[in-house]
Design a protein around this ligand. Structure first.
Ligand SMILES: NC(=O)c1ccc[n+]([C@@H]2O[C@H](COP(=O)([O-])OP(=O)(O)OC[C@H]3O[C@@H](n4cnc5c(N)ncnc54)[C@H](O)[C@@H]3O)[C@@H](O)[C@H]2O)c1
Ligand SMILES: O=C(O)C(=O)C[C@@H](O)[C@H](O)[C@H](O)COP(=O)(O)O
Ligand SMILES: [Zn+2]
Length: 359
């Protein structure tokens, strides 16, 4: 087992990584101090892992709430189920919520914890690759709105993140590939040696080799923890973690939540961000091709959906939390491994990228 730390002063918390950790409450029990525990999961994950988690707390009062599965249920409406369960159980402000599932369950449970009685503790128990390398760390929580992705939410840090790498055994291939998009992101924005490592170890990762997986997860979490530790609320550097997301969120919203997986939209969106970086003279064609090849090998899309026009993209991209006074903020690369946050992208260059990707 490895343990990393997200360093946020008196709100610092551990990230435990290892096989079988869901069944090892001795490792993470300290993050659940009170007597009242609400485990939030969904209809797919609950039959697989809920019993293991509940039995770890047989000395507490454990209640459960099982949400419908899917990005299309990441809504305020679904969140109501969690509040209903908490109130029906008469849980007080010393309760702890456990988020057992992928990023959708994690983002919703964290937001419920941020809101319930103005804020209670929660612990992340991520069971997808994407949640283990990204969404469970850093305290961004929330739900979607029909007009924009993650538009309603709060920053609320978990008390701990418990990554049981063995849960990835049951994850479908398409979901596993989606997680790789966020792993590759860390190499692109900050860590060129990690990108080299990913190229060399992609086959082992796709075969879900335990050692390769643990290395990829730990390296991703370390990168995210360092960035969050320096810029918790995205006033600067943290925006780098949004590489490909302004384009990607437009794809998710524009095609209907759940049609494209988040990681798939991020992969295509990253290809668009790299194309734009190349148009600005910051990236050569070989570098763009190198990344496209890696995404393709990882079974990820490198083109935009045929259903969205350049005009559609411009309208959808305007609804982005990085936008200020109507000015888009985009994450681009000035060389592989060197992400930059730019508010001054010429609209002609953006238009040229959109025209190149849209039909
Ligand atoms: N908060 C953040 O910082 C952050 C970061 C990245 C992504 N996100 C959000 O995360 C969400 C995407 O997360 P995701 O990719 O985990 O999707 P997801 O939560 O929808 O999970 C993907 C699918 O896998 C299933 N599943 C989960 N664990 C499983 C397992 N071990 N075995 C079998 N099936 C399993 C789920 O039920 C679901 O059907 C998006 O809403 C995205 O916006 C948030
Ligand atoms: O943690 C962050 O910061 C990220 O941007 C991570 C992203 O992978 C994630 O998809 C996040 O939810 C996007 O944030 P948003 O603020 O654009 O909704
Ligand atoms: Zn993301």
């Amino acid at each position: 087992m490895q343990t990393l730390t997200v360093d946020l002063g008196d709100r610092s918390y551990p990230i435990h990584i290892g096989p079988g950790l869901l069944g090892r409450p001795d490792v993470w029990r300290a993050a659940v101090p009170g007597r009242q525990v609400m485990v939030v999961s969904n209809t797919t994950v609950a039959p697989l892992y809920l019993e293991t988690v509940c039995s770890a707390f047989d000395d507490r009062r454990v209640e459960t709430v099982v949400l419908p599965d899917g990005e299309s249920f990441k809504t305020l409406d679904t969140l109501g189920n969690v509040f209903d369960a908490l109130l029906r159980a008469r849980f007080d402000r010393h309760c702890t919520l456990l988020a057992l599932g992928g990023g959708v369950v994690g983002d919703m449970t964290g937001f419920a914890a941020a809101c319930y009685q103005r804020g209670v503790d929660f612990v992340q128990l991520p069971t997808t690759l994407l949640a283990q390398v990204d969404s469970s760390v850093g305290g961004k929580t929330g739900v979607n709105h029909p007009l924009g992705k993650n538009m309603i939410g709060a920053f609320h840090q978990p008390r701990a993140v418990v990554i049981d790498t063995r849960t990835l055994v049951t994850l479908p291939d398409r979901e596993f590939a989606a997680g790789l998009a966020e792993v590759i992101k860390y190499g692109l924005i900050r860590d060129l040696p990690f990108l080299d490592w990913l190229e060399a170890n992609l086959e082992a990762l796709l075969a879900r080799d335990g050692a390769a997986l643990t290395e990829a997860i730990a390296r991703s979490c370390r990168c995210k923890a360092e960035i969050v530790g320096r810029d918790e609320r995205e006033s600067g550097e943290r925006a780098l973690l949004n590489l490909g997301h302004t384009f990607g969120h437009a794809i998710e919203t524009g095609t209907g939540y759940g049609v494209w997986l988040h990681g798939e939209a991020v992969a295509a969106g990253t290809c668009m961000a790299l194309d734009l970086s190349a148009r600005l003279g910051w990236l050569d064609a070989a570098a763009v091709e190198r990344v496209r090849r890696l995404f393709s090998r990882a079974q990820l899309p490198v083109t935009a959906p045929a259903s969205l026009s350049a005009e559609d993209f411009l309208g959808l991209m305007a609804v982005d939390k990085k936008t200020r006074d109507g000015q888009l903020t985009l994450i681009l690369l000035q060389g592989l491994g060197h992400g930059v946050v730019r508010r001054d992208v010429p609209s002609a260059a953006l238009r040229a990228t959109l025209d190149a990707f849209c039909h």
